[in-house]
Design a protein around this ligand. Structure first.
Ligand SMILES: Nc1ncnc2c1ncn2[C@@H]1O[C@H](COP(=O)(O)OP(=O)(O)OP(=O)(O)O)[C@@H](O)[C@H]1O
Length: 468
């Protein structure tokens, strides 16, 4: 991006537009010609080489709702006239800048107070921050062909959007690692307090580096900046019980419906348990980010019946996430342009009646499914559907990198008698059945909207998607 454009967007880097300062530069709020806010980080002189090279080699390949998106960069050398030893001479002024999506709610560091008295964040918000950070890290460690180790995860590198969705930033220290070379040693990087012991002692770098930092972040978010260290003086079990009861028990009771307290209390304990495992001295004992996300998902499933009480089918997840791969190369074979990404949907019938369902996409041509998107869930059974989004290259390129809200499914469900809609009933008959039931007794048919979230990533980064 031209330097003149960055100047224009930030009112010539005016003090009023300054939103933060880091060790390597200052961050300004810019506004582009369409009125969109962007963050412009101006780097001091030589930091360009280090930080911008990292950014340019790593970040453009990364597209995830929980990772800060790089929009562009500037590297320009301007000839200026300066006075030197009483003479006017021409000198080179270097302008280095990085432009990111703008995140209006600042960094997580602002919300972590010494003893956690005034941070103002309720449990659900904190959980969303923990889960989003873990989802972003899972993508970096397990969603790319060459995993990325961030190496500088800390609260000031987790930025918040307007809905308090966390986004991982600060990739200046990050490293791309092939699977084969995860245990190498390097010169000092990282942030004190978030670095694992094996790095401090022997400069060992592995994915467990980030897991350790994640553990410290979760502990601070749940217990406060100062007092999370108390756990050094007691067993992990005692620490978890103490923090869960003293810090969260009463707070949850005061802030939520009594039917929701127990489920959330269990979630608090699970997050503490995860955090304590993440900061294990022996890195082999730390969980992988995949395990962590799985454990967090389980806490969400156990909350669903309480949140959705009254629903015929408890649905998990309520948002369907598809990772779309886009290949920017011209495909040699026409077939190579088409890829797909799948997502599982669980329909849990906790009642004593048979429940029929019909899942309708607002853009049906985009999806494939192994089984028909309709059926009957017997009492106390879970029905799992696998939805596949066809990633037609043309379609993928026409979509924004993170596409939410535009696409959705509607789940229709209704109680049916013992002999209605048996296993031989075909899809068309389900459609007819739901149409007629709605006409006759519309109030008996429940409808739940399930948003579709699409994340784009470049195919050459490696993805969990399959070529067709
Ligand atoms: N994309 C962004 N949107 C909004 N504010 C931002 C953005 N990026 C940074 N900031 C603000 O600027 C502050 C400093 O950010 P910066 O990236 O320079 O921090 P840092 O990573 O600690 O610094 P460094 O990497 O130079 O050591 C952040 O704490 C945040 O408040």
């Amino acid at each position: 991006m031209p330097w003149s454009l960055l100047k224009e967007m930030t009112d010539d880097f005016s003090a009023a537009r300054l939103v933060g300062k880091g060790a390597h530069g200052q961050v300004y709020k810019g506004v582009d010609k369409d009125g969109h806010a962007i963050a412009v980080k101006m780097l001091h002189g030589f930091h360009f080489d280090m930080e911008i090279e990292q950014m340019i080699s790593i970040i453009p390949k990364v597209h995830h709702p929980n990772i800060v998106q790089l929009i562009g960069y500037c590297h320009e050398i301007e000839q200026v006239v300066v006075e030197y030893e009483g003479k006017h001479v021409i000198a080179a002024e270097i302008h280095n800048g990085l432009c990111f999506e703008y995140l209006p709610n600042g960094s997580l560091a602002t919300y972590i107070t010494p003893d956690d008295e005034d941070s103002g964040l309720d449990w659900q918000t904190r959980y969303r921050i923990i889960k989003g950070t873990c989802d972003g890290l899972k993508y970096l460690h397990e969603g790319l062909r060459s995993p990325i180790i961030h190496m500088s995860l800390n609260p000031s590198h987790i930025l918040m959007d307007e809905k308090m969705t966390p986004k991982i930033a600060g990739f200046g220290s990050a490293r791309l690692f092939g699977v084969e070379n995860t245990n190498i040693t390097m010169s000092p990087l990282g942030t004190m307090g978030y670095m694992p012991p094996e790095y401090i002692d022997k400069q060992v770098i592995s994915k467990e580096f980030d897991i350790f930092s994640l553990g410290v972040i979760i502990l601070k978010l749940m217990k406060g900046q100062k007092s999370y260290h108390e756990w050094d003086f007691m067993s992990p079990e005692k620490f978890i019980e103490l923090v869960a009861h003293e810090k969260w028990g009463e707070r949850l009771q005061k802030t939520m419906d009594v039917t929701l307290v127990e489920g959330h209390f269990q979630q608090v304990k699970k997050c503490l348990e995860i955090a304590v495992r993440c900061v294990e001295y022996d890195r082999q004992k730390r969980p992988t980010i995949g395990e962590i996300v799985r454990m967090l998902n389980e806490t969400e499933t156990s909350l669903i019946p309480q949140i959705d009480s009254g629903l015929l089918l408890h649905v998990h997840p309520l948002e369907l996430t598809f990772m779309l791969s886009i290949s920017l190369e011209v495909p040699r074979k026409k077939k190579a342009a088409s890829m797909s990404s799948s997502c599982s949907l669980h329909l849990d019938n906790k009642g004593n009646d048979r429940v029929a369902f019909l899942l309708v996409a607002n853009s049906p041509s985009r999806y494939l499914a192994k089984d028909p998107l309709c059926g009957v869930v017997p009492p106390r059974c879970i029905y799992t559907l696998t939805l596949t989004m066809c990633n037609n290259k043309q379609q993928a390129l026409s979509m924004p990198s993170i596409d939410s809200g535009a696409d959705y499914f509607t789940l229709h469900s209704v109680v049916v008698g013992q002999y209605e809609l048996d296993k031989d009933t075909i899809s068309a008959e389900y459609e007819e059945f739901f149409k007629k039931t709605k006409e006759k007794a519309g109030h008996e048919v429940q409808e739940v909207a399930l948003n579709v979230i699409c994340c784009q990533q470049q195919a050459d980064c490696g993805t969990s998607s399959d070529s067709e």
